[in-house]
Design a protein around this ligand. Structure first.
Ligand code: TMP
Length: 206
């Protein structure tokens, strides 16, 4: 038996961090985020998000993978093995979508790099908070970071990439409509997680 590993994904300003933190508290899970979540990961996050630091696309992909490798080794795997649930604000799909679909690096190479980084670990469930790009852009309040500074065409590719990934593995992904009030989105997320848990528990007892 190991804990359950849930990742929250979505475009910038879709509301996933609020939901990931809320669900983590509800489940009594360990909460973490990417890039970041460890000492080295948080240093890499600063570099990665700083719009003023020049970074090649491959360097960006490698640093995302390095942050992920450390997070899996130091935080995610040990907690799952201790039967604690882990909720991560972003994981491997972020790299496939941002560095692959949106930036244009080959999807299979980005995926293989990430699988190397996680030593094969994947989330049990990924919750995608889906929001039209124009709505998400209107929600932003802070100075844009490296990725938020990208044009809306980039963010449209991010959204399409996520929806395509979710479509190819419906048993591992749930797509949540991120529009509406916080209460509405929260109740959609709660229902999705309850349904998934019922499915998992049903299958394990049959
Ligand atoms: P956020 O955690 O505040 O959403 O910001 C992280 C940013 O980093 C976000 O714009 C997505 C981007 N990102 C990638 O491009 N690739 C990755 O693998 C991860 C984890 C994040």
């Amino acid at each position: 038996m190991t804990g359950l590993f849930i990742a929250f994904e979505g475009g910038d300003a879709c509301g996933k961090t609020t939901q990931a933190r809320r669900i983590s508290e509800l489940l009594g899970a360990v909460f973490t985020r990417e890039p970041g979540g460890t000492e080295v990961g948080e240093s890499l996050r600063e570099l990665l998000l700083d719009a003023e630091t020049p970074l090649g696309f491959r360097t960006e992909a490698l640093l995302m993978a390095a942050s992920r490798a450390q997070l899996v080794e130091e935080v995610i795997r040990p907690n799952l093995e201790s039967e604690l649930h882990v909720v991560s604000d972003r994981f491997l799909a972020s790299s496939i979508v941002y560095q692959g679909y949106a930036t244009g690096l080959p999807l299979n190479e980005v995926r293989d790099l990430s699988i190397f980084a996680t030593n094969g670990l994947l989330p049990d469930l990924t919750i995608l908070i889906d929001l039209p790009v124009d709505l998400a852009m209107r929600r932003r309040t802070e100075m844009p970071d490296r990725f938020e500074s990208e044009a809306s065409a980039f963010h449209e590719k991010v959204r399409e990439g996520y929806l395509e990934l979710a479509e190819t593995a419906p048993e591992k992904w749930v797509v949540i409509d991120g529009s509406g009030s916080l209460e509405q989105v929260s109740s959609r997320v709660d229902d999705a997680i309850m349904n998934h848990l019922k499915l998992v528990l049903g299958n394990s007892s049959s």
